[in-house]
Write a protein that binds this ligand. Sequence first.
Ligand SMILES: C[S@@+](CC[C@H](N)C(=O)[O-])C[C@H]1O[C@@H](n2cnc3c(N)ncnc32)[C@H](O)[C@@H]1O
Length: 215
Amino acid sequence: MGKNKLKKFAEMETMNCVFQFPFAVIKENGCPMRGHWNENYFHNDNPIVLELGCGKGEYAVGLGKRFPDKNYIGVDIKGARMWTGAKQVVEAGLTNVAFLRTSIEFIDRLFAPDEVSEVWITFPDPQMKNVNKRLTGTRFLNNYRNMLKDGGIVHLKTDSPFLYTYTDAMVKLNNLPVEVNTSNLYNSGLADDILEIKTHYEKQWLERCLSLKYL
Ligand SMILES: C[S@@+](CC[C@H](N)C(=O)[O-])C[C@H]1O[C@@H](n2cnc3c(N)ncnc32)[C@H](O)[C@@H]1O
């Protein structure tokens, strides 16, 4: 592993906003923060919003700055990417943004039923070959349904025509109400201050002139 990565990992160990637990602990007993995120970290009753596969956490940090009365948790397996967001949280003194470094595969062991109000899925791997890993597949939708409060919202931003079409079909199959659905966000007139937050991957897709989808 490169020196730079090791330095970032060491720094993350010292950041209060970063949570990392051994896989074995999460697998066997669940995440120790499950059901206690507000009580033990944010110290308020504000709504919890997740960014799944957050990478550098542009949504977790960007929304955290805009909405101090909501709590944000970015989840990703890759520590070096997460470091970028965590560093911004520390430097800006944000107390409403945290990061959890682990696999989303264990999502039901990370958050308790009714603990979450909103989920952002930003440019996930489409997982064309593995339906069980698709973040908008039946397995994950059931997990979201379980951990979301009544009226909870799931946002998907994607460059993938495959994942967009698949998710659209899944939403219909599950009779889920859709508030917004566009296959070309930046041509739709729908992009506002929130939807215009651009993630690392999003900027790359835009440079290639791909139309981005939001559902
Ligand atoms: C294509 S990147 C998008 C990153 C970021 N959201 C963005 O738009 O720039 C997908 C991200 O999902 C994360 N990821 C993929 N599978 C995961 C898993 N099972 N658990 C946690 N993170 C995962 C990857 O580490 C990666 O950072």
